[in-house]
Write a protein that binds this ligand. Sequence first.
Ligand SMILES: [Zn+2]
Length: 105
Amino acid sequence: MAIKNCSVVNANYERVITVMEKFLHERDQNVCCCPRCMSDIAAIALNYLPPHYVADSERGKEFGSPWVMVETAVSEAIDRVKDNPNHPHSVIVARERGSADNIVS
Ligand SMILES: [Zn+2]
């Protein structure tokens, strides 16, 4: 039996993405911005936070962990991926927007 019309989202996901964008934009973190590193940062931060699943229709409301907790989680995640990316340090994608093919080797 397949369950249909079931749609839940982790409210912390949108919070993590919001904080990631803020931190990566405001701070010069020297973080690789390839899809793998971005996904790793989000995953680490989300695992660090308690899950906060809500029905998809509740999206946009004030759910999720307190912002200060999200910021701490994202900060830790950025540090971890920066120190230990899941690919060689020699392949770091430049952070300039719109230049995803700008790979420094
Ligand atoms: Zn990367």
